[in-house]
Design a protein around this ligand. Structure first.
Ligand code: GLC
Length: 650
C-alpha cells in the first residue's frame, strides 16, 4: 500500500544508507522493500515507535536486510525468484519431511551428508536438522540453549560441513530446515556474558531485575514449562546479583523483544542461515516471544506482530525461505501463527499440527475416534498458502493439550480423561501395551506429559519382550495406521528419525547426568545402521514398517488430492471407531480419495450411503490406492480390518 509517511521515511532511509550498500545493484531488493515497507514501518512503529531512537533503529533494520541481500548467493536468489513465481510450491503433496539429530542419525554433519541416499531411498525430500549451533558442553536442552548463533557446534562439525551438506541436499532435491531459537540464549552466549560483566547494553537484551518485585508479579500468572527440573521463571545470577527471566531451563535466558536491537539481531541471524542454505527456518518456541505481567506471557498479540515483522523483512531479503512456527499451544491459538485476519499466511507459512498429533494418540489409547472427530471439527480454518506439519512423534514430549470443551463433548471428564491417557501411555494402566514415561509432572496443577518412541508407545517394545507375533503384528499395523493419517490429512508429513524402522525407547540417557532428569531423551535415539540393514530382509519388523512407509510416500506423491489447498472434508460417521475424511482435487473435482482408518481391534463397517452424494463411491468400483487392492465388502458394507486404513478411489 502507498502511504505518505512511510514512503517519505523510506526515501530518507535510502539516502542515509551506508555508501557500500548504496553502490550495489539492489533492483530486486528495492522492489520488495517498496512493496513491504508500509507493513514493516507500521509494525516496527507499533512495537518501538515510542522510542527516541526509532528512526536510527529503522535505518539499522533496513541496513541489515540490505547487507544480507548483498551476501545472498546467486543460486539462492535464483530459487527465490522461482519460488515467488510458483508461490504455492510448498503446498504440493510431493513434500515429505523427516526431523533428526545429526549426531543420533549419523554421528555429525559429515556423516549425515554421507547418508543422504537414505532419504532418496525412502522418498524424504525435506530434512529438519535439529540444533547444531554452538551450545554448552554439559546440559544444553538438546542444543536449544545456543551460545553462538553463527557457529556450528564442533561436535556436529563446521560451517563448511554445513555448507557442503546444504549444497548436496539441494542437488538431490531435498529441502534443508534449520532451527533459529528466537526466545532465548544460553547463559554462555556472549550477550549473556557481557550482561554478567555489567554491560547495560546487553543487560537490556534480557529481562533482568534487581529484586523479586517484578518477577513475583510475573510469577502470579506465568505457568512453569519444566516444573520438575526448572521450577519458576526466574534465576538468580551470582555475577550480576540480579534475577534473570528463564522460562525454560535456568541456563536459558529469555530475550527481551521490547528492545528493537534484539529483534534486529535475531532477524540478522535468520537471514544469515537463509544465506547459508536453509530453505525453511523453524522458529522455536514462538508463543513465548512477548512477556506481559498479568498474563501467561504466551500467545501475546505482540508476539504475533514480531513474527509478522520478521516475515515481512525476510520476504524482502530471502523471499524463498519459509518459516515453521513451533507453537505447541491450545488448538485455537496454534492457527493464529499463520497470521490473524489475513487471507494468506503472513506470519509463518507452516505450523506444527500438535492438535492432530495429540488427538491421534487419544484415538489409539481409547480405540475410539470420538475426541479425534470432535477436535478436528473444532480445528480453526487454515489460511490459504499456509500448511500444517503433520507428525506422530518428535523430539519433545506429547502434551495432552486438547480443548476441555471438546473432551466433554466427547463424553469424558477432562481431568479423568487426561489421567487415563497418561496412565495408559506410561504403562500404569493394566491393559496397556505402551512403554512411555511421564515428563514434566507439575505438582501444583497435576499436569503431566508423555515421553517415549512411537514404537514403544504403540506396544512394539512390550510385544517383543513377550515375543508375541500377534501383538507384534498389531503394533506394526498401528504404526502404519498412524502414518497413513499424517500422510493423507493435508499438509507436510514430518517423520521422526528411527520411527521408519520401528526404533524402540533408548534408556541409555539415564546414565548421563546431563540427560537423566529429562525423559525426552528416551526417544532421541542413535540409529543402529547394522540393524537398519534388516529393512532389506523380507518379513523383518524393520522391513515391514520401512516398506510400508516408503510405499505410502510414493503413493502420496502421485495423488494430487493430497496437496494442501484446504480440500479436506471431515465425514461424520455413525461408527465411533472410524476416522474418515474426503480429499478432493480442486482442479479436477471428480478425483477424490476417501481416507478411512479403523482405530479398534475388531473389524468395523462403513455404509457408503453415509457419504451422501459426495464422490462416486460405489461398492463394486472401490480401490485402495495404497495396497492396489479392492477393499473387503460384507453385506454391502465396507469392512475396515482392525487397526487398518484405506485410501479409496472410486
Ligand atoms: C522447543 C523445543 C524444545 C525445547 C524448547 C526450549 O519447544 O522443541 O525441545 O526444550 O523449545 O527451547
Amino acid at each position: 500500500m502507498y502511504e505518505q509517511v512511510s514512503h517519505s521515511l523510506l526515501n530518507e532511509i535510502l539516502d542515509e544508507l551506508k555508501p557500500e550498500i548504496r553502490k550495489q545493484d539492489l533492483r530486486h531488493f528495492y522492489t520488495r522493500l517498496g512493496a513491504n515497507f508500509y507493513a514493516i514501518h507500521s509494525l516496527f512503529h507499533v512495537l518501538y515507535g515510542e522510542r527516541d531512537d526509532f528512526k536510527e533503529q529503522m535505518i539499522h533494520l533496513v541496513e541489515v536486510m540490505a547487507s544480507q541481500y548483498i551476501k545472498r548467493p546467486d543460486a539462492l536468489e535464483k530459487l527465490d525468484i522461482e519460488r515467488e513465481q510458483d508461490h504455492n510450491w510448498f503446498l504440493s503433496q510431493e513434500w515429505v519431511g523427516m526431523a533428526l539429530y545429526s549426531d543420533g542419525f549419523a554421528g555429525n554433519l559429515k556423516g549425515l551428508e554421507e547418508k543422504l541416499s537414505y532419504f532418496n531411498e525412502l522418498g524424504i525430500n525435506m530434512v529438519h536438522v535439529m540444533p547444531i549451533l554452538k551450545c554448552p558442553e554439559g546440559a544444553s536442552d538438546g542444543g536449544y540453549a545456543v551460545s553462538d548463533f553463527r557457529d556450528i557446534d564442533p561436535r556436529a562439525g563446521s560451517l563448511d560441513d554445513l555448507l557442503s551438506l546444504a549444497t548436496s541436499m539441494r542437488k538431490r532435491g531435498i529441502l534443508l530446515t534449520l532451527d533459529v531459537v528466537l526466545n532465548h540464549t544460553s547463559n554462555e552466549h556472549l550477550w549473556a556474558q557481557k550482561a554478567r560483566q555489567g554491560e547495560t547494553q546487553y543487560q537490556d537484551y534480557y529481562y533482568i531485575f534487581e529484586n523479586r518485585e517484578i518477577p513475583d508479579m510475573f510469577e502470579e500468572t506465568m505457568p512453569e514449562i519444566f516444573p520438575q527440573t526448572a521450577p519458576g521463571n526466574f534465576t538468580w545470577d551470582e555475577a550480576m546479583e540480579k534475577w534473570v527471566m528463564t522460562v525454560f531451563n535456568n541456563y536459558q535466558w529469555d530475550l527481551n523483544y521490547c528492545n528493537p536491537a534484539v529483534f534486529i539481531e535475531m532477524l540478522d541471524i535468520i537471514l544469515f542461515w537463509s544465506n547459508h542454505g536453509a530453505d525453511i527456518i523453524r522458529l522455536d518456541a514462538v508463543a513465548f516471544l512477548w512477556k506481559k505481567i498479568g498474563t501467561t506471557s504466551q500467545n501475546q498479540r505482540e508476539a504475533h506482530l514480531i513474527l509478522q515483522l520478521m516475515k515481512d523483512c525476510c520476504q524482502v531479503t530471502a523471499p524463498g525461505v519459509l518459516f515453521i512456527a513451533e507453537a505447541i499451544v491450545a488448538p485455537v491459538e496454534i492457527a493464529k501463527y499463520f497470521g490473524e485476519d489475513a487471507v494468506i499466511a503472513k506470519e509463518c507459512e507452516i505450523a506444527y499440527n500438535a492438535t492432530y498429533m495429540a488427538l491421534l494418540w487419544d484415538a489409539v489409547a481409547t480405540k475410539s475416534t470420538k475426541l479425534l472427530n470432535q477436535g478436528i471439527q473444532s480445528l480453526p480454518d487454515k489460511l490459504d498458502r499456509a500448511t500444517w506439519l503433520n507428525y506422530i512423534r518428535c523430539h519433545d514430549d506429547i502434551g495432552l493439550g486438547f480443548d476441555d470443551t471438546d473432551i466433554r463433548l466427547s463424553g469424558y471428564e477432562p481431568q479423568a480423561h487426561r489421567k487415563f491417557l497418561v496412565d495408559y501411555y506410561t504403562g500404569v494402566y493394566d491393559d496397556s501395551p505402551a512403554r512411555g514415561q511421564p515428563f514434566g509432572y507439575n505438582e501444583k496443577s497435576g499436569d503431566v506429559r508423555i515421553s517415549g518412541s512411537l514404537a514403544s508407545l504403540i506396544g512394539l517394545e512390550a510385544a517383543l519382550e513377550r515375543n508375541d507375533p500377534v501383538e507384534i503384528d498389531i503394533a506394526i499395523k498401528k504404526i502404519l495406521l498412524l502414518n497413513s493419517m499424517i500422510f493423507s490429512f493435508g499438509g507436510m508429513p514430518l517423520l521422526y528419525y528411527g520411527d521408519e524402522l520401528g526404533t524402540l525407547n533408548d534408556y541409555s540417557y539415564l546414565e548421563d547426568e546431563n540427560k537423566a532428569m529429562d525423559s525426552r531423551w528416551l526417544h532421541r535415539p542413535r540409529i543402529d545402521w547394522d540393524k537398519a540393514e534388516l529393512r532389506f530382509q523380507h518379513g523383518s519388523i524393520e522391513q515391514r514398517i520401512f516398506d510400508g512407509v516408503k510405499n505410502m510416500i510414493a503413493v502420496r506423491k502421485r495423488i494430487s488430492a493430497f496437496a494442501d489447498f484446504n480440500n479436506r472434508e471431515l465425514l461424520h460417521l455413525q461408527n465411533p471407531h472410524l476416522f474418515a475424511f474426503l480429499r478432493t482435487n480442486l482442479d479436477r473435482p471428480g478425483e477424490s480419495i476417501l481416507v478411512v482408518g479403523n482405530f479398534d481391534d475388531s473389524p468395523q463397517f462403513l455404509e457408503l450411503n453415509e457419504l451422501g452424494n459426495r464422490g462416486n463411491f460405489e461398492y463394486g468400483r472401490l480401490r485402495d490406492v495404497y495396497s492396489g487392492k479392492s477393499p473387503n465388502l460384507f453385506n454391502d458394507q465396507l469392512v475396515i480390518p482392525p487397526n487398518q486404513f484405506y485410501w479409496l478411489t472410486d
